[in-house]
Design a protein around this ligand. Structure first.
Ligand code: PRX
Length: 654
């Protein structure tokens, strides 16, 4: 039988071929999820064990471990005090500030309690939201764990986001407290956060009662009387604080994290407590094969889901030390260029499991390949890559250079942990270049025809990748404060079927390995970061000189994709005069960088007299994108004005 449990070929029909270990593991997770997850639930500590493993009575909502009470911070920190209190828990390395510091589990316990006590002093309680807008510093992890400890809901917003993006998240999350810092730093360039935060609070409707600020000494801060508090004195006032973990219901919200979709309004992906803890503990064992006492190094950022699951919670729950890194992959602790810094850290901290993104590897590929041989990397068992398609040359280069398995894994902010990969902790399974792998236990992954919704079971049939409910533990519960949007956005895209759409195209080969072929919606992926083109369009169209705009993602050798904007200017000068066009392009780029952050800034802004649209007025983004990538734009029969696409071709050629 093959991985999907199907008879593989005629010759095998009569013979009883034993299922592979993983195939059996997977089958149990889908056919008897309650029995399967009962076993997995034993990987974490419960204050009160669950009474019911799964309540799927109100599809598509899946409520895991009903009646169980636990705490993420207890499982990540307190649980390890007796057995490994003096072992490293959090290793912080910043090549931006030249800092290197290790916190043992005992020290982490102290820091988290100080932070939790400070939060309580600022009036934060169970269920209150705490928005965390922080660079990659230990205080950010302390703040997340402190929230988990007292049952507050954290909403981490990526530190690179500018004030308009931040304000929309403040309004949606309505936090009582915002935790921030004076500044972040990237490549030696200081990015002051406080002015961005002040501006965001000025334009948001909701005003937080308090702001807690870590002063890194990087940028001056103006404190707002009565609202702003410096972290150091408050933490000092609570230096010996003992704050017990609040036992939370499994379904209590641990956090929300914002992600982009089809509309300009970001979605607050909401996650539970018990299901998430179990899902992470299980993934650390079965997928990442990370063991207590070892070191895990994820190069992501706490602002992304990978940072939540595999910088903060996953490794710590597994009793591993987590290496938190601030800086570029090409800069040493002395601030000088060093393309071997990550390998130096792997050697020094005996990293066994590493997690990064293809885009980072593409950056490293430009460095001297000898750097990969310079360090003793014998501790490393595997490198996991996720967030965007892993192209074969990049995958091969790093696999050959490191001499360890490079494991592609496909998932989403919504899923919280890998949907497709290989579970080497269950059974050694080969990876295939170009494929993130096979469905992970708990995920009933199917490929459906885009318009008929019919299931495509044949090899290499292209369709939309969907997940049939009930979704496994750790999967998003809903969209924060908007169950209806959750159901309508994700579960109602296929006529007549209640299935979760990943909004990704995919195919499956004859061995059951999946291949991801890009998004079905208007989401683009820049250097592994997910951005909604609508959000960028809304920002661009706010510029007084812009009549209309289309933003598309265009293939880029380094970043995977970059945003490109096509603008119909209000006055014709930008079309006729190169200097006017250049000025408007610069203004628009600055506007996007200022409002949304540098990641979203279009690589180019091109000016056209009209945008290609369907007769019903829908922008033909996919056709524009195809032209930008020199591909066939496909069926254009519904196009209103073919000359508009011709103009796109012309400006690209000019
Ligand atoms: O399009 C897929 C792509 O990134 C999207 C999810 O992005 P995000 O919510 O930021 O979560 C990232 C968590 C790792 C997916 O819908 N994507 C993610 N991983 C892969 C991928 N595309 C191809 N291969 C992958 N391994």
């Amino acid at each position: 039988m093959d991985r999907r449990g199907k008879v593989a070929g005629r010759n095998h029909r009569r013979r009883q071929v034993p299922m592979s270990r993983y195939a059996e593991f997977y089958r149990r997770s889908i056919e008897t999820p309650e029995a399967f997850w009962t076993e997995e639930s034993r990987l974490i500590d419960w204050h009160t064990p669950p009474q019911q493993i799964l309540d799927a009575g109100k599809p598509p909502f899946a409520n895991w471990f009903v009646g169980g009470r636990t705490n993420l911070c207890h499982n990540a920190v307190d649980r390890h005090l007796a057995t490994r209190g003096d072992q490293p828990a959090l290793i912080f390395v910043s090549t931006e500030t030249g800092t290197e510091k290790t916190f043992s589990f005992k020290e982490l316990h102290v820091e988290v309690q100080r932070m939790a006590a400070s939060f309580i002093a600022l009036g934060v309680g169970r269920g209150d939201r705490v928005l965390i807008y922080m660079p990659m510093v230990p205080e950010a992890a302390f703040a997340m764990l402190a929230c988990a400890r007292i049952g507050a809901i954290h909403c981490v917003v990526f530190g690179g986001f500018a004030s308009v993006s931040l304000a929309s998240r403040i309004d949606d999350a309505t936090p009582k407290l915002i935790v921030s810092a004076d500044a972040g730093s990237r490549g030696g360039k200081v990015l002051p956060y406080k002015p961005l935060l002040d501006e965001a609070i000025r334009i948001s409707r909701h005003k937080p009662a308090s702001v807690l600020l870590t002063d890194r000494g990087l940028a001056p801060m103006d404190l707002v009387e009565g609202r702003d508090h410096l972290a150091a004195p408050l933490l000092e006032a609570h230096r010996d604080a003992q704050v017990p973990c609040t036992w939370l219901d499994a379904a209590d919200i641990s956090y929300t994290i914002y992600t982009s979709g089809t509309t300009g309004k970001p979605k607050g992906v909401q996650r539970d407590t018990g299901g998430y803890a179990v899902a992470l503990a299980a993934s650390m064992k079965h997928i990442f094969d990370g063991r207590a006492g070892e070191t895990y190094f994820s190069t992501s950022d706490i602002g992304w889901v990978v940072g939540h699951s595999y910088i903060v919670y996953g490794p710590l729950i597994a009793g591993m030390a987590t290496l938190m890194y601030e800086g570029l992959p090409t800069q040493g602790l002395d601030g000088q260029p060093d393309g071997g810094i990550w390998w130096r850290l792997v050697e020094k901290y005996k990293v066994t499991v590493m997690f990064s993104a293809p885009t980072a590897v593409r950056v490293l590929r430009k460095q001297d390949p000898a750097l990969l041989k310079k360090y003793d990397l014998s501790s490393l068992r595997a490198l996991f890559l996720a967030g965007e398609p892993l192209d074969e040359p990049t995958g091969r280069w790093i696999a050959e250079g490191l001499g360890v398995p490079v494991i592609d894994n496909y998932w989403q902010t919504e899923s919280g942990w890998p949907i497709l990969t290989v579970a080497n902790g269950v059974e050694a399974t080969p990876s295939k270049f170009g494929s993130p792998g096979i469905p992970m236990y708990g995920f009933n992954v199917k490929i459906l025809h885009e318009s008929t919704g019919e299931e495509l079971t044949g090899a290499h049939e292209k369709g939309v990748v969907v997940i049939e409910g009930p979704t496994p533990p750790g999967f998003m519960q809903t969209i924060w404060r908007d169950d209806e949007r959750f159901v309508n956005t994700y579960w109602k895209t296929v006529p007549g079927k209640l299935v979760y759409s990943t909004f990704d195209w995919g195919i499956r080969d004859e061995d059951g390995y999946f291949y991801i072929l890009g998004r079905t919606d208007d989401v683009i992926n820049v250097a592994g970061h997910r951005l909604g083109t609508r959000e960028i369009e809304e920002c661009v169209s706010g510029h007084a000189g812009v009549a209309e705009v289309a933003v598309v993602g265009v293939a880029d050798a380094l970043k995977g994709q970059v945003a490109m904007a096509f603008v119909v200017p209000k006055d014709g000068a930008a079309l006729a005069d190169a200097a006017a066009a250049q000025k408007l392009e610069g203004d628009i780029m600055k506007r996007v960088a200022d409002q949304l952050g540098a990641l979203a800034r279009p690589s180019r802004v091109r000016f056209v007299g009209a945008l290609p649209k369907t007769r019903s007025g829908k922008l033909l983004r996919r056709a524009i994108q195809a032209v930008c990538e020199q591909r066939d734009p496909g069926d254009l029969t519904t196009m209103d004005d073919p000359a508009a696409l011709q103009q796109v071709r012309q400006v690209l050629a000019s």
